[in-house]
Design a protein around this ligand. Structure first.
Ligand code: F6R
Length: 241
């Protein structure tokens, strides 16, 4: 594991973007795994600037998002589809048919999940996945549990996650109770992983994930077992290490 502690969120975002850019420069048809949430916003902004400056192109990149809420229409202001369009895909030259997000409105969720995994496999697997970290230690929407999850699946969101994510909705009752997420097995199969965390609220989860024994009660702790993990966190998130 490579641990990089930055002075600020700004520096974390720059470093994360440079890591993504390096992969895309080395392999223009790289396959990326991408998160939503507050943490990657700065990284997406830097990547958009690199594209606007003409120093980076995503023309041949394929991307798979980690997760999507169940039941939200693609164009709902809180869908992850809309988030990606507004914060990243809408500002770069990635081909629309190379962006993949689980379909939260799918009628047959089970087959949608299987098909998502098949698409990842067909693309040659994910070269680099970027992960955010939940306050409860979740990655994607893999919540604390008794055992690690497998491939992409439907998940019931925990109360803390619903509460944490209610900041994006008009009220907590509007937050979907279920989601579709890549599983722990899908994440561990990615060739490279970058975990990002910023702020004091993440310090406890970072300590448990990186310094304590691997347990499904802290899903991110499984990353300790990955062969190519880079952790980029700011000083506040690192404050309990
Ligand atoms: C979102 C995702 C989640 C978030 C996590 C942290 O696609 O996979 O695991 O990364 O909840 O969210 P923020 O960055 O908003 O603190």
């Amino acid at each position: 594991m490579r641990l990089m502690i930055t002075k600020s969120y700004e520096e974390l975002s720059k470093l994360a973007a440079e890591n993504v850019a390096n992969i895309v420069e080395e392999k223009p048809n790289a396959v990326l795994g991408l998160p939503t949430g507050s943490t990657p916003i700065g990284m997406y902004k830097k990547l958009i600037s690199m594209y606007s400056d003409g120093t980076l192109s995503f023309r041949d990149v394929t991307a798979f998002n980690l997760d999507e809420y169940e039941g939200l229409d693609k164009n709902s202001p809180n869908s992850y589809y809309k988030y990606m369009l507004d914060n990243f895909y809408g500002h770069i030259d990635i081909a629309k048919d190379k962006t993949n997000i689980p379909d939260g409105k799918a009628v047959d969720i089970y087959n949608t999940c299987i098909e998502y995994e098949e698409r990842i496999k067909k693309a040659g697997g994910i070269d680099l996945i970027i992960l955010g970290l939940g306050n409860n230690g979740h990655i994607g929407f893999n919540e604390p549990a008794d055992h690690f999850s497998g491939i992409t699946h439907r998940v019931k969101l925990h109360r803390e996650t619903i509460k944490a994510n209610s900041r994006f909705f008009n009220s907590i009752d509007e937050v979907p109770k279920y989601a579709i997420t890549m599983g722990i097995r899908s994440i561990m199969h990615c060739k490279k992983i970058i975990l990002l965390a910023s702020g004091k609220a993440k310090a406890e989860a970072i300590k448990k994930a990186l310094k304590e024994p691997v347990t499904a009660k802290v899903p991110a702790s499984v990353l300790q077992l990955h062969q190519d993990l880079t952790v980029i966190i700011d000083e506040e998130a690192a404050s309990l290490l």
